[in-house]
Design a protein. Structure first.
Length: 184
């Protein structure tokens, strides 16, 4: 079974993000910056991981529980966009627990590149997950529906940044969301 679950311990002190794979805690990292407002949670944390030989050093994430999505930006050294991604949207399920919010990744991703191109990725992984019973048929249908609605809303908005602003009802830059982290 392939399963990735995130716990955002937003009410803990200090707040933390925990990442579980197949039920095993793989990451337990402090959140550096947290904003909880208007039905969303935004957080930033140092993120040291070598993925396909490219170290990711910083993560910014906007969790929108009502939409079942998490929008992220990942940075490499020098705060360059990871793999030329402007935004990376994970499709999942969101459950509010007493002490944390749980985001279960359901394989489908929407990626916007620096050149503005937007793609839906990992549809084959979603199919495989259903075939191998890693996810339920309900989760499968949920992922497809969320991806379709999100892509449609992005198309209407014109970009993921406009989609975020339309969804939140505020200019996200006014809160400092997804602004480049200060260099150390």
């Amino acid at each position: 079974m392939i399963e990735k679950i995130f716990h955002i311990l937003h009410r803990a002190y200090p707040p933390r993000e925990q990442v579980f794979r197949e039920g095993t805690l793989k990451v337990d990292a402090p959140i550096k910056r947290l904003i909880e407002k208007n039905g969303f949670i935004y957080y930033e944390r140092p993120f040291i991981k070598a993925f396909k030989k490219t170290p990711i050093i910083y993560k910014q994430a906007l969790l929108i529980p009502d939409l079942s999505i998490r929008i992220s930006k990942l940075y490499t050294e020098g705060y360059q966009p990871y793999r030329n991604y402007t935004f990376y949207i994970d499709i999942g399920t969101v459950r509010k627990k007493e002490d944390y919010i749980e985001f279960k990744d359901l394989f489908l991703d929407i990626i916007q590149f620096v050149d503005g191109k937007i793609i839906l990725e990992d549809a084959d992984e979603l199919e495989e997950a259903l075939e191998k019973n890693w996810i339920t048929e309900e989760e499968y249908n949920h992922a497809k529906t969320v991806a379709e609605k999100t892509l449609s809303a992005i198309g209407i908005s014109g970009s993921i940044s406009s989609f975020i602003e339309n969804t939140l009802g505020i200019p996200y830059k006014s809160l400092g969301l997804f602004s480049l982290p200060p260099h150390k």
